[in-house]
Design a protein around this ligand. Structure first.
Ligand code: GDP
Length: 479
C-alpha cells in the first residue's frame, strides 16, 4: 500500500511537472537551527528583488516575476511567511520557530539563459518549500526496532553517566511500575511525561541531540496528547509475551502505532517527494557546548544523511524512487563571526560532514557546505586593542542578552569581539588538555533594519551567502 500510494503521488507530481515544472525543496535542521529565518529571508529576497549577486538568474536580470501561489498540498499547514516577515521588519524581532511541517509555493517566471532554452521552456518554475523539524528524521531507525529493543536502548542511554542525573525521575518511576498490571491511562501518561521531560532536559543541556528518539516527543507538532504519543520505554524482556491489557502490552501497542501512524506517513507523504534539501546546522552552539556536543552533532548528521540514501532493502529504500540529488549543509548564523572566521567555520562543517558521510556510507547526491546568515544582523569593523587590530562585529544585542557582567537593553549598538575558531577542526572533537577552545562570544542580535539598494529604491534584507545557497539549490533549474 505504501508503495502504491507513493507511485501515485509521484506520478501526480511528475505529470503536473510536465506542464508546470516544480521543485520540492526540503528545509530542515534541528530545533533553532534557523529554518524559519532562512525560508522567510529566501522568500523576501526573491519577492522583492534582493541583492543576490551569486544567484545567476537574479543577477543576470532573468527573473521576470516571483510570486506566492496556492500550495499543492491541502492537508499541510501553510508556512506563515507574512506573519514572520512582519515580525522581523516591523517588530525587529525573530519569528516563531518551526514546530511542525509547513509548506509554501513560490513561483518564478524567468527567461532562459540560452536562446535554445528560451524557445522551448515556458520559463516558469514553482518551488514548493517544505519546512520540517530535523528531529522527525531521527525516527527512521525506530522502524527497524521492536518495542523491547527500543526500550532496552533508551533505558541504557538514560543510565549513561552524562545523562543519569537528567533521567532520575523517569528511572525512579520505572522502579515503581508493574509491567503486568492492568494498564491505566494515568500511569501511561505519567511515564510519557517524565520520559519526555528527560529528553527535553538532554536537549536543553545541548550535549545530546542525536540519540533522543522518539522525535515527536521533542517536536510533537499537532499530535501532542494523542495516544500514539502517550508511551515510554519500559524494562520489558525481549521475546516475552505480556498479558493482553497489561501496561507493557498497551505501551508496546502504542509504540507500534507511533511507527505506523506518525513516522511512516511523514516519510511516505512528505520526505519521499523531496527533490532538493538544505540542512541547516547551528555549529556554533555545538562548539560552545564542547567536544561531546560536536561529536554528537556528527552522529546526528550521519543519522540524518542515512535517511537520504536508505538501503534498497529497507522500508524507506523500497519505495524512495525520487532521489534527492542535491544536499546543501549550511552552518547558520555566520553573522555572529567576523568574515575572517567564515572559512574556518566552513572547514569545521566540512570535517563534521565528511565524518558523517563516511559513517553513513553515504554516496550519490551532490553535497556542498557553506557558512551563511539568512539574515545578517551585524556588520564588521575593527577596533584597536593595545596596538592590535581586533576584528569585531557590530549589532544591537536583544534586550536581556549578557556578556560577562554586561546586560544589554535592546537599543544600543555594540561592538563585540566574537573570538576565534580553531584553524584545525580536529581540535573541536577532543577534550583538550587544559587549554580548552575559547567559547565564541555569542549573543542574540536583533534583526537589522532594511538596506536600500544602490538606486535607493528597493529594500532588501542583508544576508551572508544566501545567494550562493540559492544558486546551488536552484540555479540549474533556472538555467
Ligand atoms: P528553527 O527552529 O530552525 O525554525 O529556527 P529559527 O529560524 O526560528 O531560528 C532560531 C533563532 O536563531 C532565531 O530566533 C534567531 O535568534 C537565530 N537566527 C536564525 N537565523 C539567524 C541569522 O541568519 N542571523 C542571526 N543573527 N540569527 C539567526
Amino acid at each position: 500500500a505504501d508503495e502504491a500510494r507513493l507511485v501515485l503521488d509521484t506520478f501526480a507530481d511528475r505529470t503536473t511537472g510536465l506542464f508546470h515544472p516544480t521543485v520540492r525543496l526540503g528545509v530542515t535542521g534541528l530545533s533553532r537551527a534557523g529554518k524559519t529565518v532562512f525560508i522567510t529571508a529566501l522568500v523576501h529576497n526573491l519577492l522583492h528583488g534582493g541583492r543576490l549577486p551569486l544567484f545567476g538568474a537574479q543577477a543576470g536580470g532573468r527573473i521576470l516575476r516571483s510570486y506566492l501561489e496556492e500550495q499543492p498540498d491541502d492537508a499541510v499547514p501553510r508556512f506563515q511567511y507574512e506573519d514572520h516577515i512582519r515580525t522581523i521588519l516591523e517588530d525587529r524581532a525573530w519569528p516563531q520557530s518551526t514546530r511542525a511541517i509547513s509548506e509554501l509555493r513560490l513561483t518564478i517566471d524567468y527567461e532562459s539563459a540560452s536562446g535554445w532554452g528560451r524557445m522551448f521552456s515556458g520559463g516558469r518554475l514553482s518551488i514548493d518549500i517544505v519546512d520540517y523539524p530535523g528531529e522527525w528524521l531521527l525516527d527512521l531507525p525506530l522502524l527497524d526496532k521492536d518495542f523491547a529493543t527500543f526500550s532496552t536502548e533508551a533505558i541504557a542511554r538514560a543510565r549513561l553517566p552524562s545523562r543519569r542525573h537528567l533521567a532520575e525521575d523517569y528511572l525512579a518511576l520505572l522502579d515503581t511500575v508493574d509491567l503486568t498490571a492492568p494498564a491505566d491511562e494515568p500511569t501511561a501518561l505519567a511515564l510519557h511525561a517524565s520520559f519526555a521531560k528527560y529528553l527535553t532536559a538532554c536537549r536543553a543541556d545541548r550535549t545530546a541531540l542525536s540519540t533522543l528518539p522518539p522525535g515527536r516527543f521533542l517536536m510533537p507538532g499537532d499530535l501532542e496528547g494523542s495516544p500514539a504519543l502517550t508511551f515510554a520505554p519500559l524494562p520489558v524482556e525481549p521475546g516475552h509475551a505480556y498479558p493482553k491489557g497489561s501496561l507493557a502490552a498497551l505501551l508496546a501497542r502504542r509504540y507500534e502505532a507511533y511507527k505506523t501512524v506518525v513516522v511512516k506517513p511523514f516519510f511516505r507523504e512528505h520526505f519521499a517527494r523531496l527533490d532538493r534539501q538544505i540542512l541547516l546546522v547551528d555549529v556554533m552552539q555545538a562548539i560552545n557546548a564542547g567536544p561531546e556536543a560536536v561529536r554528537d552533532l556528527e552522529t546526528a548528521l550521519a543519522d540524518i544523511l542515512a535517511c537520504f540514501r536508505p538501503g534498497r532493502s529497507s522500508w524507506l529504500g523500497s519505495f524512495l524512487t525520487r532521489r534527492i540529488d542535491r544536499i546543501l549543509v549550511a552552518a547558520t548564523k555566520a553573522d555572529h563571526l567576523h568574515r575572517d572566521s567564515h572559512r574556518r567555520l566552513e572547514a569545521i562543517v566540512r570535517r563534521i560532514l565528511d565524518d558523517a558521510i563516511a559513517r553513513a556510507k553515504f554516496s550519490g547526491a551532490r553535497t556542498d557546505v557553506l557558512a551563511l546568515a539568512a539574515i545578517r544582523a551585524t556588520r564588521e569593523a575593527s577596533v584597536e586593542d593595545r596596538g592590535d587590530r581586533l576584528p569585531v562585529i557590530v549589532g544591537t544585542p536583544a534586550a536581556g542578552e549578557t556578556i560577562g557582567d554586561e546586560t544589554f537593553d535592546g537599543k544600543t549598538e555594540t561592538a563585540i569581539f566574537p573570538g576565534d575558531l580553531p584553524a584545525d577542526p580536529a581540535r573541536l572533537f577532543v577534550e583538550s588538555d587544559g587549554g580548552t577552545t575559547d567559547p565564541i562570544r555569542f549573543v542574540r542580535f536583533k534583526p537589522p533594519k532594511l538596506e536600500r539598494d544602490a538606486a535607493g529604491m528597493t529594500l532588501s534584507l542583508p544576508h551572508i551567502r544566501l545567494d550562493r545557497a540559492l544558486e546551488f539549490l536552484l540555479g540549474d533549474r533556472l538555467a
